[in-house]
Design a protein around this ligand. Structure first.
Ligand code: ZN
Length: 168
């Protein structure tokens, strides 16, 4: 495994619509392992392939399923070709930071819960139901695959005094 460089704005790759993954080969496995390592080192709780300059539809997320349970272990999700297939009507505001936009946070409205469908690292279908922060992370990461940054959606952005813990 190797750390990859996280690209930051205004890198063009962050604005591109990423290509679907079609080959589940060794190169993909290496990319996934590198992305997990890079996300953990950042540290962050989510990372999309365009953030390491690879324009492919692939995300990794590591976050506790139940954010209210402080003892809950973070769970690792690798989703290839992720798609949000369902979402709640209900939305909520939250403050997000992005590993590709250092020094800025913003208040973004997201769906409270989503269903994500895609494939695992071996190409098998997978489905995840997420709520709250986990749902927010998935929405943020899928946006990256479509060239959308949180600053496009934020009602306001600002520079926080303290760095944000859960960047994605
Ligand atoms: Zn981000």
């Amino acid at each position: 495994m190797a750390l990859r460089e996280i690209v930051t704005v205004p890198a063009e790759v962050l604005r591109r619509k990423a290509r679907p993954v079609t080959r589940f080969d060794d190169e993909l496995q290496r990319l996934i392992d590198d992305m997990i390592e890079t996300m953990r080192a950042a540290p962050g709780v989510g990372l999309a392939a365009p953030q390491v300059a690879v324009s492919q539809r692939l995300i990794v997320v590591e976050y506790a399923e139940d954010e209210e349970d402080e003892a809950a272990e973070p769970k690792l999700y690798v989703v290839v070709n992720p798609k949000i297939t369902r979402h709640s009507k209900e939305t909520e505001m939250g403050v997000e930071g992005c590993l590709s936009i250092p020094g800025l946070v913003g208040e973004v409205e997201r769906y409270l819960s989503v269903t994500v469908k895609g494939q695992n690292r071996h190409g098998q279908p997978l489905k995840i139901k997420a709520r709250g922060w986990l749902a927010r992370i998935f929405q943020h990461e899928v946006d990256h695959l479509n060239g959308i940054l949180f600053t496009d959606r934020a009602e306001r952005v600002w520079t926080p005094e303290e760095p944000v813990a859960d960047r994605v």
